[in-house]
Design a protein around this ligand. Sequence first.
Ligand SMILES: [Zn+2]
Ligand SMILES: [Zn+2]
Length: 278
Amino acid sequence: MLNISELPLHDLPSRASGRLLQPFWDYLLFHHMPLISSPFFIVILAFSSYLFFSLPFAVLDLLGDRVPLLYQYKIQPERQPTTRMMAKSFLTALYNHLFFVLPAVSIGMFILPIPALPQDAPTLYELFVDGLAALLLFDTQYYIWHYIHHKQPQLYRWIHAVHHEYMAPFSWSTEQLSIPELMAVGFWSNLDPILLKCHPLTTWCLTIFSIWMSVEDHIGYDLPWTLNHVVPFGLLGGAPAHDMHHQKPSSNFAPFFSHWDRIFGTAVTLKKKKTVRK
Ligand SMILES: [Zn+2]
Ligand SMILES: [Zn+2]
């Protein structure tokens, strides 16, 4: 299962390539090799990121207007998710991972070669540029897929409607997906870093970051410090754009960036409803 290539392990620290991430990468290679070389690592990383990022917003949803400081940013205050809705979304994601993703990875272990882990860490520049390229590529693929699955009634009903059960998204609903949609998303998420020759560390950072962005899309709160506010020129859609997509499904098809919706005229800006303060 281990595939650290070329140099013996004792040579690793001497390869001081001036890369800031090298000590961290060496630490992973030395101390966590069985974990990081397992094909299941990326699944564990993805599902735990979904849990970790969604949980605080689930607590916020349960508290609702008891936290007025944050509730003032709720996009659709009249639509509060119930515990039953949250449980259904979470259990759908869990079921999909247990009964589809894990078996698919297990089968893949016998078919696909296990890629070797390089000894050099990526530079921060490589991590940023490759990660950004992969995000832009995925954004384009999902825009096209998403547009088609809204325009073709059969595809919508059988494949994408599962994700549109709720008009007001909440964090757990991020991964309320049908198996075919999960397959499409999983296929690109795995293929794109390979096509772009991303370093494994870049791929893992990309996995965590893209799940953070997806959860942010679904939190149902337009918080002033989320990425769509931090990144300038409205380059990212964030929760306001994706919340609008759940309200008005013929708009805002891109998952992360706003350029394709602007270019093709599918961008619709959210009009915030007034929060009723008690
Ligand atoms: Zn959504
Ligand atoms: Zn949709």
